[in-house]
Design a protein. Structure first.
Lengths: 71, 570
């Protein structure tokens, strides 16, 4: 894309955002693991935050790698 | 179309409490969408850049943006609420009332929109029928777009108040000005890029609910068993089985679903609403435009995963029964409208909650960006240029596009405040939306497929369809028993069924009048119809690609998936 102009791919922005979100959600999930809240969510034993955060980091990482801005 | 607006009756309250990490996720989102807008400003210099995103979008970007512009917050929460109330029948909005029309757009109508290189759907109407029909369609579209944008803005603010306890004014101003800034800066390209980003956030934020919900219930079978146990004797999990009569939660017959919802409303919306078509018109070539539309169809078919399934899960797992909004206001119980936030808080801990809330905000902003960018294009090229200033520099029209983006947002904010004072506007707006959008389909499709259709027929057919819809609505409003004539049964219910049948009659009147006027008026010479009408237009080659890279192949795959899903959930 960008025959007239050469700009950073939108997929790179998406990858970056997902990776940052993944780190935050993964970190929050780890924190919850060792410091469970007073009213845990239903199915808390699945530790969804950790899995989903890791998935976002992986997905975001793939997009960042594949669409990294190159000169 | 009716269901999302039930949300706007929501009572104030607060369902969720966000942690610092949740807030950080929301703040990062706002920062990034603004950053993309300012970054794209550097590459937005000409009218083609601002209004058509340079016509260089790939199939994936055009397709995801196409579907993202349609996937608003009100729609997501409204249809989840509707599913809790009426069951899986509401899922027709995503299948019969979407997929055939989107595929028809991709394979039949899109080539004409694309080849004539017009900027908008009213622009096509001008080329095919002349200035009178274009002015009618452009002005009605502009008014409706701003009105709907304001109503959606108010809806989003109500949701933020109910779900998060945020101040309504804060939500309206922050979200809408963010959209205004990034669309003003980067035009359609900025809107499209942010819509693709928002698409990912909507899916990744909402997908947790069905995944964890199905784990909790032991899969689809376990969920259906729980619903049957919790609500014995009621059918919430079949798409067609209960539609042989009007005796189902929606009070609608299969004929109404197929011809009213699946034909009139659906084809009207998907094939002629410029708000969504603008996204695929910005594709880099015809093949990308067609493929993008088919990609959009595929994801539209999948939306029930994040909207309909949560509504059903609410029936299966919530320990209390949700009630209608008036009852909730009297008794303090939770209403249908809160099913999605309730499930969000049930399954999502810190971080995930922020992602879910960001998904709701992204849904609102993608819809609003769609509205304002389409409004800017139609105002500039279909109203301002022909009626006020026929000849001006390209830079002048870009400036006009930027300013009218801001004006469109400000008028939308005004509409949002107007809705606060006069809530009945919401009911009227969705009705008026049906007035204009349905007959447009008859006018445009006849113009594309029948070269005999005359300019006079285009105008009078459109006007007759709009007036027919208006008078039927007025008749039922003055005499509610008239619904038995409009919907062809005394058992039909006002509301959704009323809208659907009115749309069907409006389309019939539009087509009959267009054909009748055509037969007694003089057609345009064939030379003037090249590039606009089937049979007189040479469709450009899509290139020599293997079968699996052609739009027709993937359209057939989506059509097969559509048939299969309807059979599975019959």
């Amino acid at each position: 894309m960008g025959e007239k102009y050469h700009f950073i791919s939108i997929w790179f922005f998406i990858g970056s955002l997902l990776a940052v979100y993944g780190v935050l959600i993964f970190g929050a999930g780890i924190w919850e693991l060792f410091n469970p809240g007073k009213t845990p969510v239903i199915m808390a034993h699945l530790h969804v935050g950790i899995w989903w955060g890791a998935f976002l980091v992986l997905l975001g990482g793939i997009y960042c790698y594949k669409f990294w801005p190159r000169a | 179309m009716t269901l999302p607006f039930c949300l706007l009756q929501s009572a104030p309250g607060r369902l969720l409490a966000m942690s610092p990490v949740d807030l950080l996720i929301v703040i990062i989102y706002f920062g990034l969408v603004l950053g993309i807008g300012f970054y794209m400003k550097k590459f937005t210099k000409t009218g083609e850049d601002f209004f058509m995103a340079g016509r260089e979008m790939t199939a994936w970007i055009a397709g995801l943006s196409f579907i993202s512009a349609n996937l608003g917050t009100l729609e997501m929460m409204g249809y989840a609420a509707g599913t809790y109330e009426n069951g899986i029948l509401v899922g027709h909005a995503y299948w019969i009332a979407a997929i055939p029309a989107i595929l028809f757009l991709a394979l039949v109508m899109l080539p004409f929109y694309y080849i004539c290189k017009t900027h908008s759907v009213p622009g096509y109407v001008k080329l095919r029928y002349g200035e009178a029909a274009r002015s009618l369609s452009a002005i009605s579209f502009a008014v409706m777009t701003v009105l709907m944008s304001g109503i959606n803005m108010y809806g989003m603010a109500v949701i933020m108040k109910v779900v998060l306890g945020w101040d309504i004014h804060f939500s309206i101003w922050v979200s809408s000005l963010t959209v205004a800034i990034y669309v003003m800066a980067g035009g359609l390209r900025s809107a499209i890029f942010n819509e693709v980003l928002q698409f990912f956030l909507i899916w990744l934020g909402c997908l947790i609910i069905p995944i964890v919900g199905l784990i909790e219930t032991g899969g689809w079978t376990g969920m259906v068993e729980r619903i049957a146990k919790n609500f014995p004797g009621q059918d919430f999990t079949h798409m067609w089985a209960s539609t042989g009569t009007y005796d189902n939660p929606m009070g609608i017959h299969w004929a109404g679903i197929v011809f009213g919802w699946g034909l009139a409303i659906s084809f009207g919306y998907w094939c002629t609403d410029f708000l969504i078509i603008q996204r695929v018109m910005a594709a880099r070539d015809l093949r990308a435009a067609k493929l993008g539309t088919v990609i959009g169809a595929f994801f539209k078919m999948m939306v029930p995963l994040i909207v309909i399934l949560p509504g059903l899960l609410g029936r299966a797992v919530l320990p209390f029964e949700l009630v209608s909004e008036p009852v909730a206001q009297q008794t303090g119980q939770h209403s249908f409208n809160e099913v999605l936030p309730l499930l969000l808080v049930r399954y999502c801990g810190p971080g995930l909650l922020g992602l879910g809330v960001t998904a709701l905000i992204a849904g609102f902003m993608s819809g609003m960006a769609g509205n304002v960018s389409a409004f800017a294009t139609v105002w500039t090229y279909d109203i301002y240029q022909p009626l006020f200033r026929k000849t001006a520099s390209d830079a002048h029209y870009v400036r006009m596009g930027r300013w009218c983006t801001l004006v469109g947002v400000v008028v939308s904010i005004g509409t949002a405040y107007l809705v606060m004072s006069f809530r009945s506007i919401i009911d009227y707006a969705q009705v008026v939306f049906v007035f204009f959008i349905v007959p447009m389909f008859g006018t445009v499709v006849l113009g594309m497929l029948w070269k005999r259709t005359t300019p006079a027929a285009g105008f009078w057919g459109l006007l007759a369809g709009i007036l027919a819809s208006f008078f039927l609505w007025l008749w039922v409003r003055l005499d509610p028993t008239a619904i038995q004539y409009v919907a062809l049964s005394a058992n039909a219910k006002l509301g959704m069924a009323d809208n659907i049948y009115r749309a069907m009659w409006s389309l019939i009147v539009n087509v009959v009048v267009t054909v009748a006027v055509t037969l007694v008026t003089k057609p345009k010479p064939e030379a003037e119809l090249k590039g606009l009408v089937y049979g007189l237009t040479e469709l450009p080659s899509e290139g020599h690609f293997p079968l699996f890279r052609r739009p027709i192949f993937w359209a057939a795959a989506v059509a097969a998936g559509f048939v299969l899903l309807n059979i599975i959930f019959w």
